[in-house]
Design a protein around this ligand. Structure first.
Ligand SMILES: Cc1cc2nc3c(=O)[nH]c(=O)nc-3n(C[C@H](O)[C@H](O)[C@H](O)COP(=O)(O)OP(=O)(O)OC[C@H]3O[C@@H](n4cnc5c(N)ncnc54)[C@H](O)[C@@H]3O)c2cc1C
Length: 408
């Protein structure tokens, strides 16, 4: 083992994609944001219609080869290379990831189908997802139980001849309210008597199967996101046994595999949001004059700008190290670094966004800038894909088991 990591140089392709994506975000994505927001405002708060600019951007990005970059087998990129690209998409989280077909939760679902799907399942669901023709949801969390502990999940998957019968009530099924959503991956229990981590299985459920009901979509700090975070009910839903994903009892292992890359991809994008907040903070501080001089000349504010740079650099270092270890040693070896990044980066980024809000004064708390929405999403990130405490608990376990460099 080396005493410090030596990152491989990025491939020519990664460098070229970075330049192309930078141009794309600047000239296509950021100018598309007003159309996205005015369309949604016109339709009303609870409407989930897809603003036309989304599909327009998808067509443009795909034509430029900016497509499915998240999946190494499709893109040929390492996670470290992808980190630099995902960060650029984080500047415009509502638009850029989807423009490139790199948006959660579809990316995690595609990874699941890629890793565990049969040929038939891949043909029916993975292909159209990779082509950006449909969207999908992942239905694990349940309102009735503490779902940060996935062994608590209560939804039942009962075999009846050649079918499974599904019953359960889920919420936060992101994407299920999107009119393009065609399929859900449900996590439930096939054998409540089995060992704790062998009770769960995952089943593919076409959203139009009788008994599936999307009741409503919950808000995130008052924002109703276009794809929605749905309360989804399954009542005597019947699917063929061939819809099982992976093996019976393998749901917990599948969930771990899904969340590994998913978590670090959220972290990569979060860095872009932090950079955008810092850029907005600097621009506002230069132009806004208070008490006779620009805000940028006030000492306290300069310190906040500098602190933000220090913290974002720290956050990026941790994220890149985790990505590098995934590349060089695999998901398992990287799990503690990923957990550390998942805790540290959203905290840092919400802090930077909070400072940017403060510099914008009253404007900062309105929806006339993206800052309030950005803060809400990254605050929520400290809960989804595992609350901070769950990651800290596993980090503490590893630390307590570790041998120190010297005995003290
Ligand atoms: C915006 C958003 C999108 C989401 N998208 C999806 C999705 O697509 N699909 C899906 O299935 N779910 C999704 N979720 C749900 C998310 O994964 C869960 O909210 C998360 O796993 C926590 O589960 P819970 O809400 O049941 O909280 P609980 O399990 O009830 O935990 C509550 C709190 O208890 C504390 N806690 C928990 N465990 C420990 C511990 N070991 N030590 C100390 N404290 C602890 C933490 O502070 C935690 O926040 C989404 C959530 C949000 C906010």
């Amino acid at each position: 083992m080396s005493i410090y990591p030596a990152y491989p140089a990025p491939s020519d392709r990664a460098v070229e994609l970075h330049a192309r994506l930078t141009e794309f975000v600047q000239t296509q994505v950021l100018p598309g944001e007003p159309a996205y927001h005015s369309f949604r405002a016109e339709r009303g708060h609870d409407d989930h219609t897809v603003p036309p600019v989304v599909e327009e951007l998808k067509a443009k990005a795909r034509a430029q080869g900016l497509w499915n970059l998240f999946l190494p087998s499709e893109s040929g990129l390492t996670q470290l290379e992808y980190a630099t690209l995902a960060e650029l998409t984080g500047w415009s989280n509502n638009l850029a990831p989807e423009a490139l077909n790199c948006q959660a939760p579809d990316t995690g679902n595609m990874e699941l189908l890629h890793l565990f799907g049969t040929e038939e399942q891949r043909e029916r669901w993975l292909r159209p997802l990779l082509d950006g023709e449909i969207r999908s949801g992942f239905a694990m969390t349940e309102p009735a139980v503490a779902s940060s502990d996935a062994t608590n999940i209560e939804s039942s998957i009962v075999r009846d001849g050649d079918e499974y019968v599904l019953n359960g009530r889920k919420w936060f099924t992101s994407g299920a309210s999107d009119p393009r959503c065609r399929v859900l991956i449900l996590m439930g229990k096939t054998d409540p008597e089995a060992a704790r981590h062998r009770q769960q299985s995952m089943v593919i459920v076409p959203i139009d199967t009788p008994g599936v009901r999307v009741e409503r979509s919950v808000t995130v700090f008052g924002q109703q996101h276009q794809p929605g975070h749905a309360v989804t009910v399954f009542e005597d839903v019947r699917v063929p046994v061939t819809n099982l994903l992976g093996e019976e009892g393998g749901g917990f292992a599948c969930a771990q595999a899904r969340l590994g890359p998913g978590r670090i991809h959220h972290v990569m994008r979060a860095l872009g949001a932090g950079e955008r907040a810092l850029a907005m903070m600097v621009a506002r501080a230069k132009e806004r004059v208070a008490f006779g001089k620009p805000l940028a000349e006030q000492g306290a504010l300069r310190e906040r700008i500098a602190e933000s740079r220090v913290e974002l650099q720290q956050a990026r270092g941790l994220c890149h190290q985790a990505a590098y270890v995934i590349d060089s040693e695999g998901n398992k070896a990287a799990r503690h670094l990923v957990a550390a990044a998942k805790v540290a980066v959203p905290r840092i980024v919400t802090g930077v966004i909070d400072r940017a809000i403060q510099v914008h004064g009253g404007l900062g708390v309105t929806d006339d800038t993206p800052l309030a929405d950005m803060w809400g999403w990254h605050r929520a990130m400290r809960i989804f894909d595992g609350p901070d405490e769950v990651h800290l608990a596993s980090l503490a376990r590893a630390e307590l088991d570790a041998e120190p460099t010297f005995r003290v």
